[in-house]
Design a protein around this ligand. Structure first.
Ligand code: CA
Length: 239
């Protein structure tokens, strides 16, 4: 068995964007356009719910409207910045007026970028691309290197220290996800959501099984173990 997943959608490679906007027309337009750019997009129309969703599954980027029911966009932003797990989560804020924009700009630490409504979709897409390029430079590339590990997505091949590493489809997606966020610690739940998908029921213990296989495959006979176990937190890729 090996690379039979080559033709399956590569869930982990697609950037996941959460659009927090209660105006359905705008939310749908954003979703349509960002999906066309190759992103996976979910919509949430409520600030409180957005915080819960982000806790459950960490997005790569949040497009956050200022005016929202229950908890305002600015408050969502503030709370995300207070939590260690989301302190650096990229946020593009949508604001309606220039006074709001001034306040967003004045936030410390605030949104990464802001777009004033009404905006051109091409403008927002360009901002999203810029943020994604900055946080995940490997995203657009077929081949990504981290340390002595090289992952080639189109050929579905992995090499470490110049030697081929044979991985099953799940281990490949796991490694791909780690390679997009080197050094970052992921809980088992986060890995489940990112690699298996949130709509699939898999026990968290399954993650440990596949991490074990990935470890053994990467370590080979002489190489060091690149995956770090963080007690009661999860796993990270350190090379
Ligand atoms: Ca709104």
């Amino acid at each position: 068995m090996g690379f039979e997943a080559a033709n399956q959608p590569r869930v982990s490679v697609q950037p996941y964007i959460l659009v927090v906007e209660d105006e359905e027309a705008i939310a749908t337009l954003l979703q349509y356009n960002l999906e066309k750019e190759g992103c996976r997009v979910e919509i949430c129309g409520d600030g409180e719910e957005a915080l819960i969703r982000i806790d459950e599954k960490l997005p790569d980027l949040v497009v956050l409207d200022w005016m929202l029911p229950t908890v305002s966009g600015i408050e969502v932003c503030r709370r995300l910045r207070q939590r260690p797990a989301t302190r650096n989560l990229p946020i593009i804020m949508l604001t309606a007026r220039t006074e709001e924009t001034d306040r967003v700009r004045g936030l410390e630490p605030g949104a990464d970028d802001y777009v004033v409504k009404p905006f051109l979709m091409s403008e927002l897409s360009a901002r999203v691309r810029a943020v994604l390029r900055r946080i995940r430079p490997g995203l657009a590339e077929d081949s990504v290197r981290h340390g002595d590990i090289v992952i080639d997505r189109s050929a579905h091949r992995v090499r470490r220290g110049g030697k081929d590493v044979h991985l099953g489809p799940t281990e490949f997606r796991l490694l791909d996800y780690f390679m997009q966020h080197p050094g970052r610690v992921f809980s088992r739940e986060q890995l489940l959501n990112a690699v298996w998908g949130s709509d699939v029921y898999v026990e968290t213990r399954t993650v440990d099984v596949h991490i074990g296989r990935l470890r053994r495959a990467l370590a080979g006979d002489e190489s060091s173990d690149p995956i770090r176990t963080v007690r009661s937190a999860g796993y990270a890729l350190d090379v």
